[in-house]
Design a protein around this ligand. Structure first.
Ligand SMILES: NC(=O)c1ccc[n+]([C@@H]2O[C@H](COP(=O)([O-])OP(=O)(O)OC[C@H]3O[C@@H](n4cnc5c(N)ncnc54)[C@H](OP(=O)(O)O)[C@@H]3O)[C@@H](O)[C@H]2O)c1
Length: 312
C-alpha cells in the first residue's frame, strides 16, 4: 500500500502522492479527457492506496467537482481524503466572468455548492485558492471556523499565499495546510514558505509537481500545445529547449536507480523536510501507476544533490 503521512498538524492520514484533478476541468487549460479513462484512473488510485484527491470549485466552474463526485460514488468515505478550494466566484452560468472572493458569506454558500456537486456531507480539507485583497483575513478565518464547527469541513488551509499573507492569516484562524507551486525547475518555495511551514508544522502539498509534465522527460523541446502549456513561457522557444536539456540530464540517474524521470522528480520533492505530499495531475491509469512508483523508497543524499544539480 502506498506510503502515507499525517498531513502536518491535521489529523488527516494521506498518501504522499495526491491525485490532482485540474485535468478534469474540460476547458481551455485542460481539454476534455474521456470520463471512462478518468474513472479507471481514480479506481486504480484507490487500489494502489492513493487516497488523497485535490480539486477546486474553479476547475471547469464546478465541472471537475461533479465528475470526481460521480467517480467516488460507492467508495467508502473513509477510503479517501478530499481536498477542494474556494475563491473564484463566477457570476452566472459556468464559463461566465469570475472575480476573487473570500468573503464570509460567499465561503459558507460556496462550500454548500461544492458539497452538492461532490455528493458528500463534508470536505476533509477546504483551501483558500488564492489571497483575496478585498476581504479582511479575520472575516475569511471566521467563515472557515464556522464551517468546521458545523461539521462541513474538517480542516482548512491556503494556496498561493505568500509568507506574510500566511503569517497574518494564522493570527486570525487555524490555516493548517499550504499548497504551493514547487518542482525541480521552480524552487522558490524553498526560500519562501518552506521554512515557515516547518516552523509551524503546516501540511504541505505541492502543485505543478511535474511542471505540467515537463519533468516526465517525454518532451523534445519542439512540441506545440493547445492547453495550459501554450500559455507558459517554460514551454516556449529557447527556454523550452533548455528545460528539456536539464530534464534529460536526469536520465542516467534514473537508469542507474531503476526509476523513471517522473519518479525521480516526485521523490525529490518528497525528500524536502517541509513537504508532505506531491500533487500530480493525472489523466489515465498509467500516469497514476507511475506516480505511485515514487513511493516507498528514498533517495540517498548523493543522488538527491545530483538530481538538483542536473536540473539547475
Ligand atoms: N492551487 C493551485 O493554484 C494549483 C495550480 C495548479 C495545479 N494545482 C493542483 O495540482 C495538480 C497538479 O499540478 P498541475 O496540473 O500543474 O500539473 P503537473 O502535475 O505538474 O503535471 C500534470 C501533467 O503531467 C503529465 N503527466 C502526469 N503523469 C505523467 C506520466 N506518468 N507520464 C507522462 N506524463 C505525465 C500529464 O500531461 P499530459 O497532459 O501530457 O498527459 C499531466 O497533465 C492539479 O491537478 C491541481 O489539483 C493547484
Amino acid at each position: 500500500m502506498a506510503e502515507k503521512i499525517k498531513l502536518g498538524r491535521t489529523d488527516l492520514q494521506v498518501s504522499r502522492v495526491c491525485f490532482g484533478c485540474w485535468q478534469m476541468a474540460a476547458n481551455e487549460y485542460w481539454p476534455v479527457v474521456e470520463e471512462d479513462r478518468l474513472t479507471r484512473a481514480v479506481r486504480r488510485a484507490i487500489e494502489l492506496g492513493i487516497n488523497f484527491f485535490d480539486t477546486a470549485d474553479a476547475y471547469g466552474d464546478g465541472f471537475a467537482e461533479q465528475l470526481l463526485g460521480r467517480m467516488l460514488k460507492g467508495i467508502p468515505r473513509e477510503a479517501f481524503v478530499l481536498a477542494t478550494k474556494v475563491y473564484h466566484h463566477w457570476l452566472g452560468e459556468p464559463g461566465s466572468p469570475r472575480v476573487g472572493d473570500l468573503s464570509g458569506d460567499y465561503i459558507v454558500w460556496e462550500c454548500e455548492q461544492s458539497l452538492k456537486r461532490l455528493g458528500l456531507d463534508h470536505i476533509d480539507l477546504y483551501q483558500a485558492h488564492t489571497f483575496d485583497v478585498m476581504t479582511h483575513l479575520e472575516e475569511t478565518a471566521r467563515a472557515f471556523e464556522k464551517l468546521k464547527k458545523d461539521g462541513k469541513i474538517r480542516f482548512y488551509g491556503v494556496s498561493n499565499f505568500n509568507v506574510e499573507q500566511l503569517r497574518a492569516a494564522n493570527t486570525f484562524g487555524h490555516f493548517d495546510t499550504v499548497q504551493p507551486r514547487y518542482n525541480l525547475l521552480d524552487r522558490e518555495f524553498e526560500s519562501s514558505l518552506g521554512p515557515l511551514c516547518m516552523t509551524h508544522n503546516l501540511g504541505v502539498l505541492t502543485y505543478s509537481s511535474l511542471q505540467y509534465g515537463l519533468l516526465t522527460g517525454k518532451f523534445t523541446g519542439t512540441e506545440t500545445f493547445n492547453d495550459v502549456r501554450a500559455m507558459s513561457p517554460m514551454f516556449k522557444g529557447e527556454a523550452f529547449r533548455a528545460n528539456v536539456e536539464k530534464v534529460n540530464r536526469l536520465r542516467p540517474i534514473g537508469d542507474r536507480l531503476g526509476r523513471s524521470i517522473t519518479q525521480l522528480s516526485i521523490r525529490a520533492l518528497l525528500e524536502h523536510p517541509a513537504v508532505h505530499c506531491a500533487i500530480v495531475g493525472i489523466k489515465n491509469e498509467k500516469q497514476i501507476e507511475e506516480a505511485a512508483g515514487a513511493l516507498g523508497w528514498r533517495l540517498s543524499r548523493e543522488d538527491y544533490y545530483a538530481i538538483r544539480q542536473a536540473t539547475t
